[in-house]
Design a binder for this molecule. Sequence first.
Ligand SMILES: Cc1cc2nc3c(=O)[nH]c(=O)nc-3n(C[C@H](O)[C@H](O)[C@H](O)COP(=O)(O)OP(=O)(O)OC[C@H]3O[C@@H](n4cnc5c(N)ncnc54)[C@H](O)[C@@H]3O)c2cc1C
Length: 327
Amino acid sequence: MGSGVLCIAESAGNELKKSAFELAGVGQRLAGALGGPISGALVGEGISGLVEGLGKRGLPKVYVVDDAALGRYTSDGYAIALKAVVQAADPAVILLASSAMGKDLGPALAARLGCGIISDAIALEVVDGKVHATRPVFAGKAQLEVEPADLPVVVSVRPNVFEPAASGDGAAETVAVDADLTGEQIRVVVKELLEPEERTIDLTEADIIVSGGRGLKGPEHFHLIEELAAVLGGVVGASRAVVDAGWRPHTEQVGQTGKTVSPKLYVACGISGAIQHLAGMSSSKCIVAVNKDPEAPVFKVADYGIVGDVFEVLPELIKAVKEKKGL
Ligand SMILES: Cc1cc2nc3c(=O)[nH]c(=O)nc-3n(C[C@H](O)[C@H](O)[C@H](O)COP(=O)(O)OP(=O)(O)OC[C@H]3O[C@@H](n4cnc5c(N)ncnc54)[C@H](O)[C@@H]3O)c2cc1C
């Protein structure tokens, strides 16, 4: 049986994603408790330059599959490449982010390895020498405590929940892995990637999110949400009701069928707090809700609640933040 922890790092636009540093942080803690080595994995095309960044975050060894066939994410290609990496590194725990990519890749990799998977962990410990994870179930209504029956195990970790590893002056050794990727093994190929017109911070990585719901009455009032997000240094989110109504793009939807977010601050404005919305944001560190209905379910999860009309409260909040920041 293998030992230690392997962290599968994600990158975008030739930069490591924040989730990679979070995996390095939780991975080092686990590897220390399990008494095994820690290493990283990078898969893609032209990604070798990212090894240095992982070294600085405390990963002394990084396994790299750099192949033109992996220029764009493909389930088959990445799972094949990472299986080869796992065989080379022989870890007990394989960590990846519970991101859009990780949610697809984790089960595919576990199936190829013939091992178990724990999805969307929000806490990860070693208890009596065993890996012990906590994950939300029933759209966040309950939490499940799980331990894998066997190792290795793949664990996907919710982004923005764990502290990122601090940046230091460490360096990483690169281990190139030959994954023997032949064309016919990769059955699904991404042909085209449609970039959003405006590139904003990915909601799942944002520290501050200001979300608007149907209480805003129409898309023409979302400038209030945008302004508050801008002065707070955050990004805009939305409930499904407003996305379905075509007021906001689906990329902004938070919830069970949208994005799962865990920012430091989540401000819900004119959002009722239906269970499907809460499923996507209840693990936020601080929740502020603005709603004119004091019985709105969102207040049950809010740390701070403002019972009031968004059209009165939001301009006051924007003004107050501007004054405080001297803007
Ligand atoms: C399978 C499934 C998946 C789903 N997935 C998601 C999901 O991913 N994300 C999601 O968000 N929803 C999801 N939903 C929908 C969810 O059930 C709710 O319908 C949706 O979240 C409601 O959006 P809302 O809170 O903006 O609107 P509403 O429920 O209409 O609530 C509007 C709120 O605004 C308040 N309000 C009105 N006017 C004002 C004002 N002037 N000032 C202050 N407050 C005001 C009201 O009191 C009310 O609480 C899903 C549903 C299903 C069945």
